[in-house]
Design a protein around this ligand. Sequence first.
Ligand code: NI
Length: 172
Amino acid sequence: MAVLEVLTWPNPRLRDRAVPVERVDDDLRRFLDDMVETMYADGGVGLAAIQVGDRRRVLVMDLAPKGEPRRPVAMINPEIVASEGEIVWCEGCLSVPGVRAEVTRAERIVVEYLDRDGHAVRRECEGLESVCVQHEMDHLEGLLYFDRLGPLERKAVLAEYEAAERSVGSAG
Ligand code: NI
């Protein structure tokens, strides 16, 4: 398994849109393993292929609490088929390191996808899991969480991010 490079904003490839996977095979499973490894290495709870510069429509996540056995989930060609309610969560993103912001999303969703064996799965998600799936699925459409904010909040988050990037740059 390999740890892949995670693209960070403003890399324009984060605006790419994913294309559906046509075949679930060993090559794809190896890539999913690398994505899971990358997510753990970077301390994230979710990762979309677009974030590592790959346009396959896949995401991985693991919401197991720290100290508990890992429970990685891979979703291939995920689609949200139902959603309801509203939840506000303070989100961060491996592609926008160092900043967080409150984002409003659907509280409960039903997502359909293929698992790593190519089996069709229908999963009901709520709370953090629902937030995570929606956040990663946004990446597959070339969207970042700050795109979900109002113009002022968006500007504030990006200004904070750019300031943090500059200080990291000057320190190095
Ligand atoms: Ni993200």
